[in-house]
Design a protein around this ligand. Structure first.
Ligand code: OAD
Length: 255
């Protein structure tokens, strides 16, 4: 059954002119980065999103928020891309047009070799002033301090350049992803819970425009429901096999 589904998905991907790749925390899970909503290991099962990912939480305790993101950044810097990230980078190289949009704030796609990744929820290794928006590069000492640095331009606190609840998504990245979702002939979703909008609307947009939707996830969540082909399993196992089959089809002599 799974073998048939993989064969179908590989045929669809091998014939694609423009693939829209859309990833969530699940694609980095096998690298050791926790997801948000897993009942046991998910970040939001242990910490409150209101405290750690909102303006109100930052105003209430800037040091707590600063230290939490500093620890997450330090742990992300110690992990490596997994075979799922690597397979997506290979697929990009094989496909005429491939736009990758991720909800992840890590840089594992880039480290695996993916190009022009649209980071819909920002990037944990970048920082800006919470008041005036100016970019800021903290020193190692400032990163490990108990409080955020102060912006030299306006005196407000510096914060990580990640999107918090209630904030707008980076416009250029979201627009680039939305254009690809509208234009693609195949949407490939990996490790996305499908509960956080507007990002979760992008695969819906692709489906509405007639794209074939492939989902890779061990769980049968909202994205599997949307998908034409739902491959149930971990990205680090299924993606390398899928891309191997795409390579095989691409390498075969055309009739
Ligand atoms: P979630 O934690 O909501 O969902 C992670 C998904 O990954 C789930 O559907 C899991 O079943 C799946 N998963 C787990 N292990 C996997 C594996 N090895 N291979 C493939 N899939 C796997 O994470 P996101 O959908 O990324 O936003 O969450 C969306 C947003 O909510 C995040 O970007 C973050 C969070 O609050 C902000 O902070 C604004």
């Amino acid at each position: 059954m799974m073998d048939d589904q993989l064969t179908r998905a590989a045929a669809v991907l091998a014939a694609a002119r423009h693939i829209f790749g859309f990833t969530g925390a699940g694609v980095s899970a096998e690298s050791g980065v926790p997801t948000f909503r897993d009942a046991q290991t998910g970040l939001w099962s242990k910490f409150s999103p209101e405290q750690l990912a909102s303006q109100a939480g930052f105003a209430a305790d800037p040091g707590f928020v600063w230290r939490w993101y500093a620890e997450r950044l330090a742990s992300i810097q110690t992990v490596r891309p997994n075979p799922g990230h690597l397979a997506l980078a290979r697929l990009q190289a094989l496909t005429p047009a491939f736009t990758l949009a991720t909800q992840n704030i890590d840089d594992l796609h880039e480290r695996a070799g993916s190009r022009d990744v649209a980071h819909l929820h920002g990037t944990i290794a970048r920082f800006h002033c919470n008041g005036c928006g100016a970019a800021y590069a903290p020193t190692a000492g400032e990163r490990s301090a108990g409080l955020p640095p102060i912006c030299p331009l306006c005196g407000d606190y510096v914060r990580p350049s990640v999107v918090w609840f209630g904030e707008l998504l980076p416009e250029e990245e979201f627009e680039r992803a939305a254009r690809a979702a509208r234009a693609c002939d195949v949407a490939l979703i990996v490790g996305a819970g499908g509960l956080v909008y507007p990002a979760a609307h992008l695969p819906v947009l692709a489906k509405e425009r007639g794209a074939a939707v492939i989902d890779i996830n061990p769980d049968q969540g909202p994205m599997a429901m949307l998908a034409d082909i739902a491959l149930q399993g971990p990205g680090g196992v299924l993606l390398p096999e899928l891309v191997r089959r795409v390579e095989e089809i691409r390498a075969a002599p055309q009739p």
